[in-house]
Design a binder for this molecule. Structure first.
Ligand SMILES: Nc1ncnc2c1ncn2[C@@H]1O[C@H](COP(=O)(O)OP(=O)(O)OP(=O)(O)O)[C@@H](O)[C@H]1O
Length: 255
């Protein structure tokens, strides 16, 4: 794989990880969070990433989105090789093509819900019409919360603001780290409907980390991680029970 620039002939709007390694700590305390992961996410598909706690799911998402630099291997997003990009180039790529729903939401506490949703686009120099911002918050069930600050919202409401923020600019790729983790089953289904709509109607690519077999069953494919390696890769349609059984096997194996 070329080390820099656009990869000729590669289908655009895909995410390709080749032998990606990620470590935390140094010396005796060094831990391999990702240990040679190779996986590709095709354009217009919805993939769930599952696996035991600590198996490397969030690290995979952060590396794939260019938020963390891997210790080795290669990552291509939408035809652009990330490996040698400068921090500024990476930031631009993220703003232009990637939406990220963080596990911890990462909302700015001093800003209202609508200001949080508009922030990434504003930083990229784009103005989003007020009606679109209100529409995105309405789509996640927060029509009555536009002017609320994060401290005035419940955990699930903050999570939904984070989802609206990631989707508003219609990024080519959406990475979502447990986007339904704090939600009741009805709200969770609404968020998953939204993610499906991105894929089915707009050909966006969605990669979602989840512990919930019901949420994973809405994806086209489930990639399983264990101990920083790919431990399974199954294409749907899948039943939640099948997904739960496979996850339980991996959890038992990692205990
Ligand atoms: N900032 C960090 N410093 C040191 N170790 C870390 C750090 N972040 C993650 N790790 C370790 O890396 C491994 C993978 O972590 P990661 O968060 O990617 O797992 P995960 O599968 O997303 O877990 P969970 O399901 O619990 O969110 C774990 O062993 C974790 O303890």
């Amino acid at each position: 794989m070329p080390r820099h620039g656009i990869v000729a002939g590669m289908t655009t709007q895909t995410v390709v990880l080749e032998d990606v390694r990620a470590t935390y700590g140094t010396g005796d305390r060094q831990l391999a969070a990702l240990d040679g992961v190779s996986v590709a996410f095709e354009r217009g598909t919805f993939t769930a990433v599952m696996g035991p706690s600590g198996s490397g799911k969030s690290t995979l998402l952060h590396c794939a989105a260019g938020l963390d630099r891997p210790a080795g291997g290669s990552i291509v997003i939408d035809g652009v090789v990330l490996d040698d990009l400068t921090e500024d180039e990476l930031t631009r790529l993220r703003r232009d093509r990637i939406g990220f729903v963080f596990q911890a939401f990462n909302l700015v506490s001093s800003l209202t819900a609508e200001q949080n949703v508009a922030l990434p686009s504003r930083l990229a120099g784009r103005r989003i019409p007020q009606a679109d911002i209100a529409g995105a918050l309405t789509a996640v069930g927060l029509a009555g919360r536009l002017r609320h600050r994060p401290s005035e919202l419940s955990g699930g409401e903050q999570q939904r603001v984070a989802v609206a923020r990631a989707l508003i600019s219609r990024p080519a790729v959406v990475f979502a780290d447990e986007p339904t983790g704090a939600l009741d089953s009805v709200t969770s289904r609404n968020i998953l409907d939204l993610l499906r709509e991105l894929v089915d109607e707009h050909q966006q690519t969605v990669v979602m980390v989840t512990h919930d077999p019901v949420a994973a069953a809405r994806a086209d494919r489930v990639v399983f991680l264990a101990d920083g390696r790919i431990a399974g890769d199954v294409r749907g349609p899948l039943e939640p029970e099948q997904i739960a059984a496979r996850t339980a096997q991996l959890v038992e194996g990692s205990c």
